[in-house]
Design a protein around this ligand. Structure first.
Ligand code: SF4
Length: 218
């Protein structure tokens, strides 16, 4: 049967239409099968990863990710500065800057682990909030002033010497030897390491200061 004419132009049989429909259908079928294949459960079964712990659970993005330590020039061995546990760290450096700090698996103390403080210790070095100047607030003052380290150290030494002299106890209330001052105390922080704590305790004992405590013990 002749397909006839439209506006004077002869109509061709609908081969083209059938072709388009078939191509669309094929395209639809292909993208549907791709969709099914991209389903994680199917990928787990096809790729022999039934527990979903390997390649099957990777996305296009995670497939192209690389570790931050990939471009490091060198790795320095260090110890976390925060507390006396002494977890070992691997410090990755690129162009003289720390790019990542991770636990050292070779350490018998921490076996590659770091707590959140240790894992964030890169900020201890590079945080924009890090202070490089001594801050001082005068008695009754309401603002911080910056002091040079020399000036701050002189002020501390003068106050320690003066307070110790003013409050020295050669004997206690029962007449027993005391040789101490109760007017000075020392509170250490968790960022002090063993060596610093040892030196501080030695200094305090030499000064007759008996009230020595550490924040990590309170
Ligand atoms: S602060 Fe955390 S990572 Fe650092 S030494 Fe202590 S436990 Fe280890």
């Amino acid at each position: 049967m002749s397909p006839g004419t439209l506006g004077g132009a002869p109509l061709e049989p609908c081969k083209g239409f059938r072709f388009v429909v078939s191509r669309r259908w094929k395209k639809g079928a292909v993208s549907f099968s791709k969709l099914i294949e991209s389903w994680p459960v199917v990928r787990q079964l096809r790729e022999g990863d039934p527990l979903g712990l390997g390649r099957a659970v990777r996305s296009e993005r995670s497939r192209t990710l690389t570790p931050r330590i990939d471009e490091a020039d060198e790795v320095a061995h260090s110890i976390c500065p925060y507390c006396a546990v002494g977890c070992a760290q691997l410090v990755y450096v690129k162009d003289g800057e720390i790019v990542q700090i991770e636990g050292d698996p070779a350490s018998p103390v921490s076996r590659g682990r770091l707590c959140p403080k240790g894992a964030a210790s890169q900020n201890y070095v590079q945080s924009p909030l890090r202070e490089y100047k001594v801050k001082y607030r005068r008695p009754y003052g309401n603002a911080w002033e910056e002091l040079s380290l020399d000036e701050a150290m002189d002020m501390i030494a003068d106050r320690v010497v003066h307070t110790r002299e003013e409050n020295w106890q050669q004997e206690n209330g029962q007449g027993d030897p005391a040789r101490r001052t109760l007017a000075i105390g020392n509170l250490g922080g968790a960022t002090l390491d063993n060596e610093e704590n040892y030196l501080i305790k030695k200094l305090m004992t030499a000064l007759g200061v008996v009230q020595v405590e550490n924040q990590a013990r309170i």
